[in-house]
Design a protein around this ligand. Structure first.
Ligand SMILES: [Zn+2]
Ligand SMILES: [Zn+2]
Length: 263
């Protein structure tokens, strides 16, 4: 199936511009240096209907959905429970009302589900009485499990984010590997034959829980996707300057980027 990745946000947890900062990237007029919190959407058609899956709903989800004209969501996959990936969950409410109560699927591992249930207690508690809560239901997806959404297979890819195991996802010929400092050996076979790989590349200098740009270039060499796009970038990354000297198949993602691929 033909499908498209929409980069909703390509920034790190603080976003770019970073609050209070007047550096060259934060004050840049290049729109590619404005980065909202990290998330992507996947769009395809099945049985004549538009299908849309979102990976992570961060604090900028509402603005991202407005910007990209998202009017419908079929499912959400969560990579992990850090604030920049989950705090927009409540903004799924209006998009969930077309689903029957408690049916819009959210896929997450146990640890992430526990945090979501705690933070959004009024959404998930069986005793919740709040009438306009999101009509969502958590489904467990752990280890290297896979699930299907309207004919598209989503494969969880275990990654390490510092000491924390988080989820990457593979779907068809593409994969999204945000927030990772390394790809475990056992996950590499899940990433064979990729056309598109979107991966964490926080900044030029090393960081304990994110791949730095030289490491990310190393992972591209190792995994060998046809095209790689970097994401989760901080204000230490100027779009144009940083891309100079990259291999031809490696580029920086930016908010609003659309990447066609085969699902
Ligand atoms: Zn993050
Ligand atoms: Zn700055």
């Amino acid at each position: 199936m033909k499908a498209e990745i929409i980069v909703l946000g390509s920034g790190t947890s603080m976003g770019v511009p970073t609050l209070g900062c007047r550096c060259a990237v934060c004050t840049s007029t290049d729109p590619r240096n404005r980065r909202t919190r990290p998330s992507i959407a996947l769009a395809w058609k099945s049985e004549g209907r538009d299908r849309l899956v979102v990976i992570d709903t961060g604090p900028d989800f509402r603005e991202q959905a407005l910007r990209e004209g998202i009017r419908h969501v079929d499912a959400v996959f969560y990579t992990h429970a850090h604030a920049d990936h989950i705090l927009g969950l409540d903004d799924l409410r209006p998009l969930s009302f077309e689903h029957k109560p408690g049916t819009m699927p959210l896929y997450a591992d146990q640890e992430t589900s526990d945090v979501l249930r705690r933070i959004f207690e009024y959404t998930f508690s069986p005793n919740a009485t709040y009438p306009n809560r999101a009509r969502v239901q958590l489904h467990k997806l752990e280890g290297d499990q896979a699930t299907e959404v309207y004919g598209a297979r989503f494969q969880r890819v275990p990654l390490m984010h510092g000491n924390l195991e988080v989820a990457g996802f593979r779907f068809g010929t593409a994969a999204y590997l945000t927030d990772m400092s390394s790809i475990p050996e056992a996950s590499l076979p899940l990433l064979e034959g990729l056309d598109v790989m979107i991966l964490d590349a926080l900044r030029p200098q090393p960081h304990p829980s994110h791949a730095a740009i030289p490491e990310s270039l190393g992972w591209v060499e190792r995994v060998r996707p046809r095209h790689a796009w970097f994401t989760h970038m901080s204000h230490e990354v100027d779009h144009e300057e940083t891309e100079k000297g990259f291999p031809a198949n490696v580029r920086l993602a930016y908010d609003g980027l659309r990447i066609p691929f085969e699902l």
